[in-house]
Design a protein around this ligand. Structure first.
Ligand code: PMP
Length: 410
């Protein structure tokens, strides 16, 4: 694995730097995590991942969302492998496309139909297209700072993006009804849709759950104007509520985007919607070379069945609460003031007054060194493989990480 005292990870990084722009692209580039974090991995099992140098970690990022039942979940992998052996990429979908759509329609009260793609961006973009197709209008309202994907209409970077790509977007503040009303008024007759995240999960700031009154107001404004309420449930979907993340507020979207956890790591995304939006969904042109592949759909069916069987959201909530309580107790005992935010299954811990996130970064580095992979700026992800025993093992590590941090502070 190693040459001299160079790690396998650093050797791979050197090779990548020659042939991959910037050494790595996107949200999983090592530049986006604290120094010392590995870039390359060789495996995962349950709540653990293994890096290119053979080090194991209890994993609190779950591949940044997709892994909801633990890495290499046997029932999911068997379902996918059986489909692979029979053929995955054919001249059309298999019966699993219909079965999966039926399963989503049964599971999600706002769904009368589903269609499938690969990435979350495909799904959010498709929702926007369907909203415009049915309404014949252009304007889409987006919460300032929200992430909806990696194409020009919504990319968080403006590099390579033109003003025209964003011409029909306008912005509101999440949880601020007045700002949304103003944006709706400004849009006038041109309002096609309002896109909302399940909760506010902008990078580097405390996570914020939707105020139920805000959720109700979004629904009412869309009903009044005929605009589509689009729920971007790509990140939170299947972790908070199997029926959709706004079910708990009694608010049903017109169109929703899912991906990440839908197939426990297999590449798939979905748009689901209500009957009123069916014809528009049938007439827009949405497709892709791999959008019909069957193994990810087989994996999704197995994933959803397993999430139903074990009541995945309840399991993850309990594990998240156990983690949160442990971290709160340790922080207090070691003399640190922390803020823990977000739903327990998708938590974030930040240090109060932590300019430049330096304490958060140091804490994560100390935890990583001891075998726990966390993040200090992005919400983390739990899965059903985070049993009470795994949480307790992780808490042993975080206790030492707090100790080390207290020693460093001095
Ligand atoms: N919406 C949200 C809320 C997301 O978190 C993400 C992915 N981080 C996306 C959309 C885009 O999904 P993808 O990266 O699969 O295109």
């Amino acid at each position: 694995d190693q040459i001299g005292n160079r790690s396998a990870d650093s050797l791979l990084r050197d090779r990548a730097a020659q042939v991959i722009p910037g050494g790595m692209w996107g949200h999983m580039r090592a530049a986006a995590v604290p120094e010392g974090y590995p870039q390359f991995f060789t495996g995962g099992k349950g709540a653990r991942v293994t890096d290119a140098d053979g080090r194991d970690y209890i994993d609190f990022m779950c591949s940044w969302g997709p892994i909801v039942l633990g890495h290499q979940h046997p029932a999911v992998e068997e379902a996918a492998a059986a489909r692979w052996r029979g053929g995955d990429c054919l001249n059309g979908p298999t019966d699993q496309a219909v079965e999966l759509a039926e399963l989503l329609v049964r599971t999600m009260p706002s769904a009368d139909w589903a269609l499938f793609q690969k990435n979350g961006t495909d799904a959010t973009t498709g929702c926007v297209t369907i909203a415009r197709a049915r309404t014949g209008r252009r304007r889409i309202l987006v919460a300032r700072g929200a992430y909806h994907g990696a194409v020009p209409w919504c990319s968080p970077s403006l590099v390579g993006v033109t003003a025209e790509d964003r011409a029909h977007l306008a912005y509101y503040e999440f949880n601020d009804i007045a700002s949304l009303e103003q944006a709706v008024a400004d849009a006038g007759e041109d309002l096609a849709g309002v896109i909302v995240s399940a909760f506010r999960h902008d990078l580097g700031r405390a996570l914020e759950m939707p105020d139920p009154e805000f959720a109700t107001a979004v629904r009412a404004l869309c009903d009044r104007t005929g605009a589509a309420l689009i729920l971007d449930d790509v990140r939170a979907g299947f972790r908070l509520h199997l029926g959709g993340s706004w079910e708990q507020y009694g608010v049903r979207p017109d169109l929703s985007a899912y991906s990440k956890a839908i197939a426990n790591g297999h590449p798939l995304s979905a748009i689901i919607g209500g009957d009123a939006w069916r014809e528009a969904a049938a007439t827009v042109f949405v497709t892709g070379s791999f959008w019909y592949t069957a193994a990810p759909m087989a994996a999704a069916i197995a994933t959803l069945n397993e999430l139903h069987r074990v009541d995945g959201p309840a399991v993850m909530r309990a594990s998240g609460e156990r983690l949160r309580a442990g971290l709160a107790e340790q922080a207090a005992r070691h003399g640190f003031e922390v803020v823990q935010s977000g739903p327990p299954a998708m938590p974030l811990m930040q240090f109060v007054g932590d300019t430049g996130d330096k304490l958060g970064e140091a804490f994560c580095q100390e935890a990583l060194r001891r075998g726990v992979y966390m993040h200090h700026r992005h919400n983390m992800f739990l899965g059903t493989a985070h049993t009470a025993e795994e949480i307790d093992r992780a808490l042993d590590v975080t206790d030492s990480a707090f100790s080390a941090l207290a020693r460093r502070r001095g």
